[in-house]
Design a protein around this ligand. Sequence first.
Ligand code: ZN
Ligand code: MN
Length: 494
Amino acid sequence: MESIKDEVRIGLEVHTQITSLKSKLFCKCPSDYRGKEPNTIVCPVCLGLPGALPVLNEKAVRYAIMAALALNCRISEKMVFFRKNYFYPDLPKNFQITQYDKAGGVPLAVDGYLYIENQGQSKKIRIIRVHLEEDPGRLVHIGPIDQSPYTLVDYNRSGIALLEIVTAPDMSSPREARLFLQKLRNILEHLGIFDGSLEGSMRCDANISLAGGMRVEIKNITSFKEVERALNFEIIRQRGLIEKGIAVKRETRHWDEIRRITVSLRTKEEEQDYRYFPEPDLVPVVISKELIEEIRAEMPELPDERVKRFMSIYGLPKYDAEVLVGSKYLADFFEECVRLYNRPKEISNWMMSDLLRYLYENNLELYESRITPQMLTEMIRLIDEGVISGKIAKKILPEMIISGKNPKTIIEEKGLVKISDERLLNELVDKVFMENPKAVEDALIDDKAVHYLIGQVMKLTRGKADPELTNKIVKEKLRKIRGEHERLNVNIHL
Ligand code: ZN
Ligand code: MN
């Protein structure tokens, strides 16, 4: 109805830290700044003191090239660092060492793409450039940014190596933006250079326009869930303006996670002037073909290849393989399970259904839960050995996720071992038959009513009765009753 008029175009500018590095991008300060006393992991270089000279971290360049290759980019033969000048408290030098694609600047890599899968459809998202830059310090606002009485600054993060990844405005819904970020994270995690579970390791700015109108930039989005929320909010806000006949202004807005709204930061009449110029303290870096090929040869398996391997080696359907390879942690978890107990299809089924559903409903990531591959495979083994029923397994799985207890411990604590004592089950079935004469009558004629009787036995044992054995006993008893009826009928006719 309003498809063309309402066309949504979303582009992303993503900053991801190269978290596997041991030191910062231009100095020897350690990179594990999280949880440290503020302003303790600093040196003259990352504090921007006069006379300090930056030295480029070689590993950072190799990892950045690896990321750019995985994103199908063209790697530049030579890259140049630029100074991006602006005055802000998180930036002690008053400029950020970064890369630039204009005025003689050459970023590390350009012209890439990746595919996202949205409801069975593949969509290509173009990547305009990938470059290396330093992270600024961390500003800590008190409450919402526009109401904060004062702001604290911590330079421990200053100088951490960042990849900036800029896409074309190829996404047409907030959901696609989230899928892009998930895929990006998955690729970087498979490369072993990035850990998305670390707070603030992937940050994102989004630009969004509606119906060919002005582009609004949203800053400071800190997680995948927030991206979708912020963009959804912005679509509603812009639509509201358009409906009232008010033009959407070109501006930068800040996403307020707490109030879940965007607030205007500054209105842009034109591109901000950062007075970019080449960084005189760093020489241009030549990237040889040999180096690129060497790095390409070292690249580990990427998600798309892993999906194919899961299909061929484990015989999983495409959909299942894609879900399991949706994150590196999940895929590693699955393969560790298979290594412990070679039942890939069973393991996949339990992960795809009960495990992921529980995590989703409780807003948890697998790495936040306490279940391990040992626990999950132990549980499946107990089912296979006939110790517990599938029904009981479904009960103990959430317990493993929350408490991290072994399935055997949970079974013992809760007395959940399957009842497969034939004599005991016989007695229970007798009891059910006595208490449900009508259902027994029905079951004699209609096979479907048999399930009701089995259900009553299950209810009596709180799901612990061995389902197969119960089934057998109930059917045997019905057969006996039928036999007796027939004998009686014969007697009468005599
Ligand atoms: Zn330093
Ligand atoms: Mn940047």
